[in-house]
Structures are given as C-alpha cells and as structure tokens.
Design a protein around this ligand. Structure first.
Ligand SMILES: O=P(O)(O)OC[C@H]1O[C@H](O)[C@H](O)[C@@H](O)[C@@H]1O
Length: 299
C-alpha cells in the first residue's frame, strides 16, 4: 500500500493521523490509507480512496455508520459500508461504466486540516479530472469535500465544472446507518411522498404513512424534506441535507448473494441523500454546485 507523506499538512494540528486501515480495522484485503480524526466532540475515520467515511462516533454516543464485518479494503474496490460517495453519476451508466461513478474508487488528496474554535476539526479533500476521468466524463472538474468532525458530522460537497460545456450530474451520499435491526427501525420524513420503486419493474408509488422496511427494498424518494430520522431503539439518527432525493436500500434476502454483506444485512439501512432521477441536475459551464449533509444523534 503506498502512503503519501501528509506530515506538512498535519503539522500544527493535533488529533489527526494518516495510517493504514489495517491499524483501525481487522477487515480483509491489502489495506487502504485512512485519516483518523479525534477531538473532544467526536471522532471519525475516512479512507482517502473515494473520500469514503467509515466511522463517525459523537463523544458519549455510539457509532452512526455501519461498516460490514465482511468489507474488503482493496485499492480500486468500493468498501461495503460507511458513506461511499456516488458521483458524477448515481447508479448504472448507459455505456456500462462502473456503477455509482468513478469517484468512490479514485484516490482523493488531503488538502487542508484545521482546528475550529468550538473544538471541531475541518478537513478538505479533493479530486481533480485527468485523462482517465475525461475519457469517462467529458468535463474538467474539481470535486472538493469539506469534512467537519464535531458533535455532528457535516459534509459539504463542492463540485466545480471547469469545462466550457454544461455537465449533467447525479450524486449521492450513499450512507449505511448502523441499526440493531432494519426491520424494527422506522424512517420518518418520507410520509406521503412519491417514490420510484426500482425492484423489478420500475414503478411510481405513493408512500402512505411512515416507512418501515420489511425486506429487500430499493426506492428513490423524490423532493424530500430537509430531514429524515431513523429510530434505532432508544436513539434517533437525524439526516439533514440540501439534497432533494432519498434513496432507501437494503438488499434483504439478496444479501446472501453478496460476498461482503451476507448474514449482516439486518444491521444496517441505507438512506442516501442525493439528487437523482427526476431531481438530477446540470451544472452550468464554469460553475459550482454545492450540497451539504449533516448527521447527528439524539436520545
Ligand atoms: O453494490 P453497490 O454498487 O455499492 O450498490 C449498492 C446499492 O446502491 C444503491 O442503494 C442502489 O439504489 C441499489 O440498487 C444498489 O444495489
């Protein structure tokens, strides 16, 4: 595993380290460079591959993110769990390019680290276009993620279209939330909305009342309110975002055919905030698009 030397960026900031994932997790695979952030308000770990959050624990709270015990930490392979970033397209690609875009398996660069006055830590991570990305997505770009680790986890995605043509764009924060049992964890904030059911034949449906998953589910809720709340026993996990869609997913019984999920499917639910399907956007030439997501825990 090759490690970039980040000592100049980390100098002067305490509580941030760049190490091999093998130091933090006992998962299979060669390992990936991860950034470990610890302060008095909370702690987080993210992989530089994909700018992929793997853990967030608010101080005195519990792990918010689910990371599969069967996850593989291999260069070029998306890790199962945490917050894979899907962009610059979400889902399948018409020409058969990799599902959920190339950003989640690309190596992002740690640009800046700073300590905020309230004790939180702010990190900036980026990915820029090159010949390989231009062959897949014909726009020069700079993707930037600002990661603020405090009592809450705040992620701000800035997408600069540096090209002279408008860029059609879909994305999602594909968050896997840790719950004791996804069939006992109601999700509030989607009541009476229209959703696209993508299991089998794609159909449009209406959500009557509160959503409670009972098995295999793959849905795109459109024009959602800012906040969804997952109730996991005595705690509530709040997901607040500027994104207009919520993709709700658990493979249910199909997890038996997924080498990195299997029997552990019961312990997560994905509520993914993004702009997809009818909410897809176009970023004008030489313009910036920004999207924010904040995760917090309540008891
Ligand atoms: O296995 P992945 O490529 O990570 O995708 C995992 C899942 O992501 C989203 O939730 C999609 O809506 C699902 O259809 C897909 O199965």
């Amino acid at each position: 595993m090759s490690m970039v030397d980040y000592s100049a960026i980390l100098a002067g900031t305490s509580g941030v380290r760049v190490v091999s994932s093998t130091e933090c997790f006992s998962h299979a695979g060669a390992g990936l460079p991860v950034v470990v952030v610890e302060n008095k308000l909370g702690s987080a770990i993210f992989a530089l591959q994909g700018c992929h959050l793997l853990s967030f624990v608010p101080a005195a709270g519990e792990e918010i993110l689910w990371l599969s015990p069967l996850a593989m930490f291999e260069p070029g392979k998306a890790v199962r769990g945490g917050i894979p970033m899907c962009l610059p397209w979400f889902g399948g690609h018409p020409a058969g390019l990799q599902s959920h875009g190339f950003a989640r398996t690309s190596d992002w660069t740690l640009e800046q680290v700073s300590q905020q006055a309230d004790g939180s830590t702010l990190l900036t991570v980026s990915l820029s276009s090159d010949a390989e990305t231009l062959a897949m997505w014909p726009h020069e770009f700079r993707f930037e993620m600002q990661i603020e680790v405090g009592r809450e986890l705040k992620l701000t995605l800035n997408v600069d279209n540096l090209s002279d043509t408008p860029a059609p764009f879909t994305y999602a924060y594909h968050t896997y939330f840790a719950v004791a049992d996804y069939t006992q964890s109601p999700i509030y904030g989607l009541e009476e909305l229209t959703y696209i059911d993508t299991l089998g034949e794609v159909t449009r449906r209406h959500q009557s009342g509160t959503l409670q998953l009972t098995g295999s589910t793959d849905r795109v809720y459109l024009d959602v309110p800012q906040v969804q709340t997952i109730v996991d026993g005595a705690r509530k996990i709040n997901i607040s975002s500027t994104a207009k869609s919520s993709i709700v997913w658990n493979p249910g019984e199909h997890a038996d055919n997924m080498a990195d999920v299997g029997q552990y499917r019961q312990n997560f639910v994905c509520v993914e905030r993004g702009d997809v399907f009818d909410n897809a956007i176009t970023i004008a030439a030489r313009s910036r698009f920004s999207a924010e997501m904040v995760l917090s825990e309540e008891r």
